[in-house]
Design a binder for this molecule. Structure first.
Ligand SMILES: C[S@@+](CC[C@H](N)C(=O)[O-])C[C@H]1O[C@@H](n2cnc3c(N)ncnc32)[C@H](O)[C@@H]1O
Length: 430
């Protein structure tokens, strides 16, 4: 298995690896190889669906191969998968993956729009891994295909204000025994500045709280939350208010809250969701927003009708309820675990439209119920083509059609793609 071979790469896999076939037909995944290339590679290990190989040399390069914009990509940072691929080729690949997902679901002719690209340097949320080792503190993303953490000092996809925090955070962690071996730092860039949620594998005492407070002052952080392991975070430092305006309404997020990855991505998703709704909503114009988070979609939807938002995270529900109350929006947020307790057919009946934006795992049961419901329009916001394909199948089988599908690339240079898919009953018009 460790003899170098010459391979012709025919396509790109879902994780951003080039796919080639060995002479005996075995599928071979070659990270950092591109479709159309001839490469020298060494097959290394068997995986679930073939062999993983190491790229030794590009023998015949694709015309879409470009110089990666980040030095850490060359070092093996797994935060990005396809920096070596021209942006236009990445966009075409992401669009094709959404089209393939819908085709597999039973919508072979779905009208999939070109991918909406977002610029680099706008990511406002980072989930950084932390390690303390013999070489010191490492902060960064995992190395590709590995549990190792690659130490970052630059990142062209993140907002520069988050990158600027990495050096000072490293200096802080050197002095923080609560980080024994490993932890994580989720940083959300809010309108009030970076909001840090630090998870360590040891407890913090009064001296460490004082260090965190000093760090917050020096680095301009209004709040630092901390948790040991996976415990519920506590606010360790609060020097000022925190908040982010979502469609003009200020929300006070709990530490580590989900945010769409970039303002440009958020705007593209909102625009595609609103465009998918009929100009005039049927009935009393009630809209359900499932997996509502902080209300990124619920808030703009409230300009179109009365919104019932459902979300499992108690902190997000409280934040959205409070924001909607202050702004006087026609919006009620309810805590509900939609995986365990999806909305029933009877509960879905009053809605003129349902928007769902599930996590990576998708929403199999809820999608099956929606497909059987009387709701005329469902807008499915997907961050996983595999889950989209599985969940959309129920709609295809129940005779729905895809009225529009818009891929959005807000995780630039990664293998991720998001899509806003508008599903209507075959006879309904959007
Ligand atoms: C992709 S985020 C979307 C959030 C929001 N729509 C937005 O645009 O910011 C998915 C949301 O689903 C929530 N979630 C995860 N599992 C859930 C479940 N079982 N039931 C309800 N909500 C869930 C997460 O807490 C998160 O807020």
């Amino acid at each position: 298995m460790t003899t170098p071979v010459e391979l012709r790469v025919t396509r790109m896999g879902a994780a951003g690896d080039g796919i080639a076939a060995l002479p005996d037909g075995t599928t071979c995944f070659v990270p950092r190889a591109l479709p159309g290339e001839t490469v020298g590679a060494t097959p290394l290990a068997r995986s679930r669906d073939g062999l993983r190989a190491r790229l030794d040399a590009v023998i015949l390069a694709s015309t879409d191969r470009v110089t990666p914009p980040c030095v850490h990509f060359e070092q093996g940072c797994g935060g990005c998968a396809v920096q070596h691929w021209a942006p236009g080729a990445q966009a075409g690949w992401k669009r094709a993956r959404v089209a393939e997902a819908l085709s597999r679901a039973g919508f072979p002719a779905a009208p999939v729009a070109p991918t909406i690209a977002t610029p680099m340097g706008l990511r406002r949320r980072a989930d950084l891994a932390l390690r303390r080792g013999p070489g010191g503190i490492r902060i960064g993303f995992h190395a590709a295909g590995s549990a190792e953490v690659l130490d970052l000092d630059a990142c062209p996809v993140l907002d520069a204000r988050l990158v600027a925090l990495i050096g000072p955070l490293r200096a802080l962690l050197r002095r923080l025994p609560a980080l024994r071996r490993e932890g994580s730092a989720v940083v959300n860039l809010l309108d009030t500045g970076p909001d840090l949620l630090l998870r360590t594998d040891g407890p913090i005492g009064p001296a460490e709280r004082a260090l965190l407070a000093a760090f917050a002052s020096e680095a301009g952080l209004p709040r630092i939350a901390w948790a040991e392991g996976n415990a519920v975070p506590e606010v360790a430092v609060q020097h000022g208010p925190v908040g982010i305006a979502l469609s003009g309404v200020t929300v006070v997020p709990p530490p580590g809250a989900f945010l769409q990855a970039s303002p440009a991505g958020e705007a593209a998703i909102i625009a595609a969701v609103l465009a998918g709704l009929p100009a005039r909503l049927a009935g009393r114009g009630r809209i359900a927003d499932l997996h509502a988070g902080l209300g990124t979609l619920s808030i703009p939807l409230a300009a179109r009708g009365r919104v019932a938002a459902f979300e499992s995270d108690a902190g997000a529900v409280a934040a959205l309820s409070a924001a909607a109350g202050r702004a006087g929006l026609p919006l009620a947020a309810t805590r509900r675990d939609l995986a365990r307790q999806p909305l029933t057919l009877a509960e879905l009946a009053p809605f003129a439209a349902v928007v769902l934006d599930p996590p990576f795992a998708g929403a199999a049961e809820q999608a099956a119920l929606l497909a059987r419901s009387a709701v005329p329009v469902v807008v499915y916001v997907s961050c996983s083509p595999a889950a989209l394909s599985r969940d959309a199948k129920a709609f295809a089988q129940a005779g729905w059609q895809v009225a529009a599908a818009t891929p959005v690339d807000q995780f630039v240079h990664s293998a991720q793609v998001e899509a806003v898919v508008v599903l209507t009953r075959a006879r309904a018009r959007v």
